[in-house]
Design a protein around this ligand. Sequence first.
Ligand SMILES: *Cc1c(COP(=O)(O)O)cnc(C)c1O
Length: 401
Amino acid sequence: MSHTIPAIKGGTPVRQQFLALGLPDISDAEKNEVLDTLSGTWLSKGPKVQVFQREFARYVGVPRALALNNCTAALHLSLLAAGIGPGDEVIVPSLTFVATANVAVYVGATPVLVDVEPDTLLISISAIERALTPRTRAIIPVHLYGRPCPMDSIMALARQKGLVVIEDAAHAVGTEDRGRKIGSIGDFTCFSFYATKNLCTGDGGMVTCPNNEEAMTRMEVLSLHGMSTDAWKRFSPEGNPVWGMVDVGYKYNMMDLQAALGIQQLRRLEGFLANRRELVAHYRNLLKGHPGIQLMAPDPSDGRHSHHLFPIFLNADQLSVSRDEFLAALKAENIGCGIHYHALHMQPYYRNRFSLREKGFPVSTQAHNTLLSLPLHTKMGLADVETVVEALIKLLRYYAK
Ligand SMILES: *Cc1c(COP(=O)(O)O)cnc(C)c1O
């Protein structure tokens, strides 16, 4: 009987050991590559960054990729290279990480938040259409949780209206839409290699820009103070120490220590994705039709979901506790969990600055109140999925109204 009492109420937790929501997966291959870098003479942006960029571009199927210190920098440089600035409007989904909208503020543009689709939480095409004004210059679709946005519809709308498409692919390394890798479709695509993302370099990012060599070069210059050549090209034995500053740029480059991790993580990526797919299939099987929760839409039939996160909706109106209290109870069972994401229109800064109201964003508001992400990473196994489901069902039963 005691096992039915939640740990937060003094019962025995379902798990003895805490299961993290997300974890990096670093093998000896990554460790050896980092040690190789440390034994050499070049730690910052140098030969390993070149290799990682080349191999990442080949993986995505584009001529070039630019490695940066994070995805936020990639989004910022994309907006700058697209010439977006004060007076311009940038359409952003209301359910995403704060960085997606913050970058529009960085360049002095106005982020225009729009609602998302109920079963996928991807940006809504009809909401984009309703938000268009003569000042609209760009759309930032987010491949949320690793699910591909419908890029054909987004690109067709953008071409018709003369808009730039900058994809936030922070969750979407390896995601495909109709046989094409994300990174090869939009004008700019920005990836994150943050510690818990599908491919990890500690912190790190990459931007691709398949059809605009000039924008790619401009982003490279802006990523290193606006200097015309990078330090490796200036100070290496075959380098030329002469350079010029052509613009005021930033210090946004990736370093070789990060690229060392990235080179080896990229070689393991397909294995990671297969692993994640298997864990998600197990979760979905065990949770299918369970009262008290709702699952996201199944995987797309004409694309590949990279399963960065596994969120579910909690039917909080059927429970005697709030979603946040439920989260605390799940944590007490030693299950890591989180909320992806708190909607942007509910954030004090955006709500106050742009006078946003909940009723303009019914789907994001509902998601904001009911989302719950369960552990998903490649250091866990099917047995871990089973303990998560056991804890979830224990709490759903205990707290059922
Ligand atoms: C992680 C994340 C970012 C930011 O990535 P960084 O590499 O940490 O800058 C942007 N957008 C989304 C949706 C993210 O999850």
